[in-house]
Design a protein around this ligand. Structure first.
Ligand SMILES: [Zn+2]
Length: 59
């Protein structure tokens, strides 16, 4: 699992970075339309900030 946290505090989780990007796209479109993030900006955000979640030892 991969995860990323939106600045609003909402945590997004998905199978991989591509699915995480789609989840972020939906979240931003629904909750933060004023951000006007492009797909490229969201992909860059996921690439920079997403982290492994779930199966690792991370608590
Ligand atoms: Zn948010």
């Amino acid at each position: 699992m991969r995860a990323i946290e939106c600045p609003c505090g909402h945590r997004l989780e998905a199978e991989d970075d591509e699915a995480l990007f789609r989840a972020a796209r939906e979240h931003v479109d629904r909750d933060h339309p004023e951000m006007e993030r492009s797909d490229d900006e969201l992909r860059a955000r996921v690439a920079a900030d997403a982290y492994d979640a779930g199966s690792s030892a991370r608590a």
